[in-house]
Design a protein around this ligand. Structure first.
Ligand SMILES: *Cc1c(COP(=O)(O)O)cnc(C)c1O
Length: 241
């Protein structure tokens, strides 16, 4: 077994362990299931293929061109592709055409453009709205108090399926603070469900905090370095807007 496969198995075991520690009142979806999205940004197509052969089917990518190249190289595999990076509005068309899920939607303009560009022959594009839960001014994401308004409009777009909320909380070693931010996300989702929105997804938890995220109700964890190892530093950062 190669090293990524070993790490993948270890992450899966940790996910199962976290599930046993999760309180039943923290379950926000019907079957209580957690989906692992393996974050393969900066990793080669061969690495993705290896993980796929070890049973991993959902992969997350941040950089559009890199992702499209990998999709071509891996077209023979039944991969479910998740776009998890910042979305520039001039790139909504290829994103709407080539992904099953988009996690980082944080404004109406982007949602509308994704909706307009989603091919009618495909199932609706699965969407999570990114919430700026830690209130950092540098971070993308909609402010919690503006969320209800965005949900109201996005939920009416016919070629999108609004599944839930996504966040990238402030990195911290303070477990109580991590837990509190994930809890806030759960409360936001629960409030929307109470208002009648059929949302069932909390996309939260990365390599450093996924166990706590799951205990607090995550239904999708996005994990990169814990599976593939440390990433090389990205030299050119794409402008988020
Ligand atoms: C890179 C990235 C991840 C994975 O981060 P790791 O710490 O490597 O697990 C998850 N979500 C988003 C949005 C990312 O950009």
């Amino acid at each position: 077994m190669n090293i990524s496969t070993q790490r993948l198995q270890a992450v899966k075991a940790d996910i199962e362990k976290a599930l046993t520690k999760r309180g039943t009142q923290h379950i926000v979806n019907q079957d209580g299931h957690v989906t692992l999205v393996a974050v393969s940004k900066t990793q080669s197509a061969d690495k993705v293929r290896e993980a796929y052969q070890a049973g991993q089917t959902a992969f997350g990518e941040n950089y559009l061109q890199e992702a499209l190249n990998k999709q071509v190289a891996l077209a023979d595999l039944a991969i479910e592709w998740h776009f998890i990076g910042p979305i520039q509005s001039n790139k909504t068309q290829p994103i709407a055409q080539h992904f099953s899920w988009v996690h980082g939607v944080d404004r109406l303009k982007v949602a509308q453009r994704l909706n307009d560009a989603r091919p009618a022959a495909l199932h609706p594009l699965q969407i999570c709205l990114q919430v700026n839960i830690s209130g950092e001014s540098t971070k993308s994401g909609i402010a919690p108090d503006a969320l209800a308004e965005l949900v109201k409009t996005v939920s009416t777009l016919p070629k999108l399926k609004l599944r839930g909320l996504m966040s990238i909380p402030e990195p911290t070693d303070d477990e109580a603070l991590q837990r509190q931010q994930f809890q806030q996300m759960r409360h936001l989702l629960n409030a929307l469900v109470k208002q009648g929105y059929a949302m069932d997804t909390l996309s939260m938890g990365m390599s450093g905090d996924y166990q706590i995220a799951i205990e607090e109700g995550a239904t999708i964890v996005r994990i990169g370095s814990a599976i593939f190892g440390a990433r090389p530093a990205k030299i050119t950062l794409e402008d988020p807007h």
